[in-house]
Each structure stands twice: as structure tokens, then as C-alpha cells.
Write a protein that binds this ligand. Structure first.
Ligand SMILES: [Zn+2]
Length: 498
């Protein structure tokens, strides 16, 4: 009973902190006075990067065996061997490429196209961002309902919290092990993915993605609380798998919205201290000032469907795309900044990061315009009770629908297993995801779950094949499937032996 009350109090305090905190607690210090306030000094003194040594020790305790191959060179050789042993017919690959290109039409030629700017003839096919009379952003879909204070209180005070996160570290280590990411020991491998894409889950919505010679991170949070203050608000029950110092060199950060579990002041300052103006920040409309007050110089602020790129890498286009959510960091800044998702469109790979979102019509539009994506990062947690959460957070079933809508070849589950933000049992999200995948006739590997710190390499090849023929890496089974697809397209019978 005491535990339940404490949990309820923790949840409520987090939400009330979001609602009632003063603007000066909001993060970046006051630009007017030019000084860092007492609250921020408190936050500063607890910065994860100030405690680097202590954190590293802690991670050693919690880290287990990384799933990333220990001897990558050896693995590469093996995989490559598999490809050559099969005597994979180059002609078949070329046919497969041509057929997939023509099926996409000229609008989606991934190899040659750099700009995805909206054609005025297509504007009616997509939903633009909208503001109310007060100038604040609003969700343009009928699937949205704003979280009223009355409902926040009803949820926090009357709904049973079933999260039941164990207090025992041993039990958490068993259920949700935190692995040391591969790049801590082998930083030289970061960014080396040939034509493939590699994803590493760093907890909650923080995902490190390596693709098309770029290293990106989404909604980076390395602090121990998702809160404006260090003594209350949602506390993470699984530590970040690495420190900011242990990250590989990053090219870009993608921010989906300004809630504390997605935009963390200490992490922004820490990343900026480490990478400075070399690091490009992609942020939603309305966040530029906040980022600049944090000291970040290389910031690109975008509206929905606007695009930009990392300097020197104009072959990869970053498009800010819609999502159904909301924004708030202080008592008075509700929805003054926009929220959304990111579509990263490279010559070899396409990556979609949905941010926080309720289910809405945006994803079908994104899929039609930019799909198929090679990888999507989609939230599966913080969804109970549905009457309150459904407008802002999808449940695992809706996450699968987003996976289908955006035409993701693979998706990685995020936004679970790190902070207890809602009422579902803390281990439920992956279980419900698996059930939903079965209902939709999909496999576990289509929408996979990673351990904290774990990486996964994906290689689809397709268009990049012509440019980089030596990088083909695929399992013999994949090769068989591809050959079959081509034969079936030519109306020949094909049987897959497994
Ligand atoms: Zn949020």
C-alpha cells in the first residue's frame, strides 16, 4: 500500500512539475540575466558528464555481454563468404534493382534525388502544421484531444498504477540488462556500416543510428530524471548504457519535441561541450531560441515537411514530419514549439523516427511520400490507461500500425523500459508488441526489441548495390528470397527451401 501511494505520488509529482514549474526552471538559464540560476546550478552539479568516473564504474557493474560481434572483421568475412559461396548471380540483383526502381516511380528515385521539397501540386496530400488563434500549435487531426488538468488528476488519483518496477537491481539486471554499447570498446567501428544501417538503443527514445556515413542520435537523454529539477519527477530505473564521453563522434541530433524525457538540458549542454559547432541539431519550429540559450550554434529549426541536411553530406536529407503530440516545459509555454517525427532520407537507407505520438493519419502520408523506410524507431510504452494516454502515446498495436503505415521494412521498439511514465506493467510493452505482430501476420524480427545498449545491423542493399558492389552482406536465406521474388515477377515458379 505504502509502495503504491509512493508510486502514485511520484507519477503525479512528475506531471505537476511539468504543469506548474516556473519558466526559470526550464533549462537553459536566463538569457536576460546571463546567469545560471540556483536550480540550474543544482542540475549542473548532477550532470552525468561531471560524474563520468562514477558512472563508468556503475556501468561496468551493470553491463553484460554485448550482442555486437566481438570480432567484427571476422564476422564480415563470414557473411561475405556466405554471399560468394552462393555464387549469387549479379544479373539477378540488377533485375531486382530495376524492378524495385520502376515500381517506385520516378518520384522516389533514391539514388539520384537529393531534395524532397514539397511540390505545390502535392501540398493537398499532406497535413501542414496548424496554429490556433493564440498562435500556439494545435494538432490538425480529429484523433486528438488535449490533456486537461482535470483528466491528469483523475488519472493520477483514481487509476491503478500497475507498472510495478522492482526496486531490486538484481531483478532489473535479469529482466532488463544494460549492455555496454559496442562503440565503447571499438569506437573505430562507429559510422562504418557500408551500405547498411546500424541501430543502438540507449534507453527510452534515445537511439544511435549509423547510416550513409553519418552518425545520428535521437532525443538524447543521459540524465537520471526526466524533469526540470533533480529531486523530483520521473526517475529512470535503468541507467544510460554509456556516458556522453563514450559516444562516438556524432554528426546530427534529432529532437522530436521538448518534453523532459525527450529534450534534456544537461544532455544538450554536455553534447555541445563535447562536439561544439561541429554537431548539427535538427529541432522543431519554436525551439531555436532555447537551443541557442544552451550554447548550441549549429541548429536547424524546421516546420513539418521542411528539409535540411548536415553540411558536407547533402546526399542525406532530413525532413521534419508530423506526429500527434504536444509540447510543454514551463508554466506558460504550452505548444509554443512544434512537435513531430523525422524522416532521414539517404542514398542507401531511409530512417524514420516517430518521436512521441498518438495514432493519426500522418503516418500514412509519410509512408506514401517517403516510404519504404529501411528502419523506423517507434514507441511501444507509456500507454495505459488508454482513455487518457491514447491521444498522445500509441500502444503496441498502434505502433505496429505505424510500422505498416510508414512502410518500414524493420522497426525498433523505443520509449519503454527506462522511465515509468504510465500505468502498464513495466515489462508489458514487448509482450503486447509480440501479440500485435502475430495479429498482423508479422514476425518478431520485423519489429524488434533491443536490450539497453544493444546494436543491430541491417543490410538491404538495393540501390546502393551498383555503387558499392563489394559491400553486399546478406544471409543465404535472404539471397534465396530475392532470387525467388525476381523469378515470381517473371511468372516462374519458385520454391524456397529452408
Ligand atoms: Zn512527450
Amino acid at each position: 500500500m505504502v509502495v503504491a501511494v509512493r508510486r502514485r505520488r511520484a507519477l503525479l509529482s512528475g506531471w505537476l512539475a511539468l504543469l506548474f514549474q516556473q519558466p526559470r526552471y526550464g533549462g537553459c538559464g536566463s538569457a536576460k540575466t546571463g546567469s545560471i540560476g540556483w536550480w540550474n546550478r543544482r542540475i549542473w552539479s548532477r550532470c552525468p558528464w561531471h560524474q563520468g568516473a562514477a558512472m563508468a564504474g556503475k556501468h561496468k557493474e551493470t553491463s553484460g555481454e554485448s550482442s555486437f560481434p566481438k570480432n567484427r572483421g571476422e564476422e564480415d568475412n563470414k557473411e561475405h563468404q556466405a554471399g560468394t559461396d552462393m555464387h549469387y548471380p549479379k544479373e539477378t540483383v540488377r533485375k531486382r534493382q530495376n524492378s524495385s526502381r520502376s515500381s517506385r516511380g520516378s518520384d522516389s528515385s533514391r539514388a539520384s534525388r537529393r531534395s524532397f521539397r514539397l511540390d505545390y501540386r502535392l501540398e493537398e496530400d499532406v497535413t501542414k502544421s496548424m496554429r490556433g488563434k493564440d498562435g500556439k500549435f494545435v494538432n490538425p487531426w480529429p484523433t486528438w484531444k488535449a490533456p486537461a488538468l482535470k483528466n491528469i488528476l483523475k488519472w493520477a488519483l483514481t487509476e491503478k498504477n500497475n507498472s510495478n518496477v522492482p526496486s531490486s537491481k538484481e531483478e532489473l539486471d535479469k529482466e532488463l540488462p544494460v549492455l555496454e554499447p559496442y562503440f565503447v570498446q571499438q569506437p573505430e567501428l562507429a559510422g562504418r556500416t557500408d551500405s547498411g544501417i546500424r541501430v543502438t538503443w540507449l534507453g527510452h527514445a534515445t537511439v544511435l543510428v549509423e547510416m550513409d556515413e553519418l552518425v545520428l542520435i535521437t532525443d538524447p537523454v543521459f540524465s537520471h530524471r526526466a524533469s526540470p529539477v533533480s529531486f523530483m519527477g520521473p526517475k529512470r530505473y535503468r541507467a544510460p548504457p554509456c556516458t556522453i564521453e563514450q559516444l562516438p563522434k556524432l554528426d546530427a541530433v534529432l529532437i522530436s519535441h521538448n518534453h523532459y524525457d525527450h529534450l534534456d538540458y544537461n544532455t544538450v549542454v554536455g553534447l555541445n561541450q563535447r562536439f561544439g559547432g561541429e554537431l548539427r541539431w535538427f529541432v522543431p519550429l519554436g525551439l531555436l531560441d532555447w537551443m541557442q540559450r544552451c550554447g548550441c550554434e549549429n541548429v536547424i529549426e524546421l516546420d513539418w515537411w521542411e528539409e535540411n541536411c548536415v553540411p558536407g553530406h547533402d546526399e542525406v536529407t532530413f525532413v521534419f514530419t508530423p506526429a500527434q503530440h504536444w509540447c510543454k516545459r514551463t508554466a506558460t509555454d504550452d505548444n509554443k514549439a512544434l512537435w513531430g517525427s523525422w524522416s532521414v532520407l539517404g542514398p542507401c537507407n531511409r530512417f524514420f523516427f516517430s518521436g512521441d505520438t498518438g495514432y493519426c493519419a500522418a503516418f500514412e502520408q509519410i509512408g506514401k511520400r517517403f516510404g519504404p523506410f529501411d528502419l523506423a524507431a517507434i514507441p511501444i510504452g507509456a500507454y495505459e490507461p488508454r482513455w487518457f494516454m491514447k491521444y498522445q502515446h500509441v500502444d503496441p498495436e498502434e505502433a505496429v500500425r505505424i510500422h505498416i503505415d510508414v512502410q518500414a521494412k524493420k522497426s525498433v521498439a523505443i520509449h519503454w523500459g527506462t522511465f515509468a511514465l504510465a500505468n502498464e506493467y513495466y515489462l508489458d510493452p514487448p509482450v503486447k508488441l509480440e501479440e500485435a505482430l502475430v495479429r498482423y501476420g508479422l514476425q518478431s524480427e520485423d519489429f524488434f526489441v533491443l536490450k539497453h545498449g544493444e546494436s543491430k545491423d541491417l543490410h538491404f542493399d538495393e540501390e546502393c548495390f551498383e555503387n558499392k558492389p563489394t559491400t553486399f552482406m546478406s544471409t543465404p536465406m535472404d539471397v534465396d528470397k530475392m532470387i525467388c521474388e525476381v523469378q515470381e515477377e517473371e511468372n516462374k515458379k519458385c520454391v524456397l527451401n529452408d
